[in-house]
Ligand binder design. Structure first.
Ligand SMILES: Cc1cc2nc3c(=O)[nH]c(=O)nc-3n(C[C@H](O)[C@H](O)[C@H](O)COP(=O)(O)OP(=O)(O)OC[C@H]3O[C@@H](n4cnc5c(N)ncnc54)[C@H](O)[C@@H]3O)c2cc1C
Length: 325
């Protein structure tokens, strides 16, 4: 069966990997090069966590964890570095502890002092930490290469579905998705800002740390280990709507807000960011993922700023939609 994939970001490459494991030889079209900085999958790290308020995301992350381990074994690369996820909360209800408990996922409560002894972080007065140990980062750059290994990836080829000869075409075009569809998806594209800092970790592991929007289980601020600078920090769903075809710069007001939170939350060797960059979100109203078939097309729009960790499991689902009939 002839299968093609439009989009060589993490979702297209993970789908290619899943198709290859089913014995297919997909062709992956990518308008730029793998790892380019204009979409959503570039950079060195993304948060990997099982900690979600919704059971289905915990289950999907658990499935993805098994597949990440298979990809590590296949590629010989370490793709997950799990130094823990810390949720900074004022009450247990604000955290994901209840869902983790229900799903049998290990978690731990640490008071301010205990958190500070274990990690190079500061927990505000009146708050405590909920720690999910089997979490941390996925090495984004290494993951793209590991998925792409052995795949027929056509870099520098921008295509539309009409131009592609295949029985099934998987469209994983990130923020460009609606350029390729007759009927657009209900998504919004934003340009997000993130910054890098040098933590003063004193040899302790840098965990991923998140805070929540008041009264919701949606992250407000997030941070994670960066293999080069040490720390990457961002504000979730804070960027302005943007067209991915128009280049853009980090938002100065967001850089300030991110730096303030980073200085409150981490012990830093330098209070100023050492670098800043942008990245695109493609977001649905409820932050869920769109995985559907429309005739010859299989459409994958699994972002909303939290899709990367699930990539191998989403790749499996998109491959199944393409070839399991
Ligand atoms: C700042 C930021 C922080 C994030 N943090 C996390 C995190 O901590 N944890 C987590 O799990 N997730 C996180 N995410 C989300 C995650 O990175 C995305 O969900 C994921 O990368 C989406 O991948 P994608 O393949 O769908 O999109 P993309 O990476 O954008 O890939 C789409 C590809 O399609 C190509 N393309 C488009 N149109 C065409 C065409 N016509 N022809 C050929 N090629 C085409 C594009 O060039 C692009 O390479 C974050 C995202 C951002 C932006």
């Amino acid at each position: 069966m002839k299968v093609a994939v439009i989009g060589g970001g993490v979702m297209g490459l993970a789908t290619g990997w899943a198709l290859k494991r089913r014995g297919h030889e997909p062709v992956i079209f990518e308008q730029f090069e793998i790892g380019h900085a204009r979409g959503s999958s570039h950079g060195r790290s993304r948060i990997f966590r099982l900690a979600y308020a919704e059971d289905e995301y915990v289950r999907l992350a658990q499935e993805a964890l098994g597949l990440w381990r298979e990809l590590e074994a296949e590629s010989g690369e370490t793709l997950l570095e799990l130094h823990g996820l810390v949720e900074i909360v004022r009450t247990l209800e604000e955290s994901t502890a209840a869902t983790l408990e229900r799903c049998g996922v290990t978690w731990e409560r640490l008071d301010r002092d205990a958190a500070k002894r274990r990690f190079p972080i500061q927990v505000p007065d009146g708050s405590f930490a909920v720690v999910q140990p089997e979490a941390g980062i996925a090495r984004a750059d290494k993951a793209l290469s590991a998925f792409a290994r052995g795949l027929d990836v056509r870099e520098g080829e921008r295509v539309t579905p009409d131009e592609v000869e295949a029985e099934a075409i998987v469209v994983t075009a990130g923020p460009w998705v609606n350029e390729l569809l007759d009927e657009p998806l209900p998504v919004k594209t934003t340009r997000e800002t993130l910054c890098y800092f040098r933590p003063d970790a004193g040899g302790r592991p840098v965990p991923s740390v998140v805070s929540f929007k008041p009264g919701r289980h949606t992250h407000e601020m997030y941070s994670l280990h960066d293999p080069v600078y040490g720390l990457k920090v961002g504000a979730h769903h804070a960027g302005a709507e943007a067209d991915p075809n128009t280049p853009g710069e980090p938002d100065a007001a967001l850089v300030e807000r991110i730096a303030a939170w980073a200085n409150e939350t981490y012990l830093l060797a330098d209070p100023e960011p050492v670098a800043a960059e942008t990245c695109m979100y493609t977001t649905t109203a409820d932050e869920s993922f769109i995985l559907e078939r429309r005739g010859r097309l299989v459409i994958g729009s699994p972002c909303s700023g939290h899709g990367f960790k699930f990539a191998p499991a989403i790749g499996e689902r998109l491959a199944a939609l393409a070839v399991d009939r």
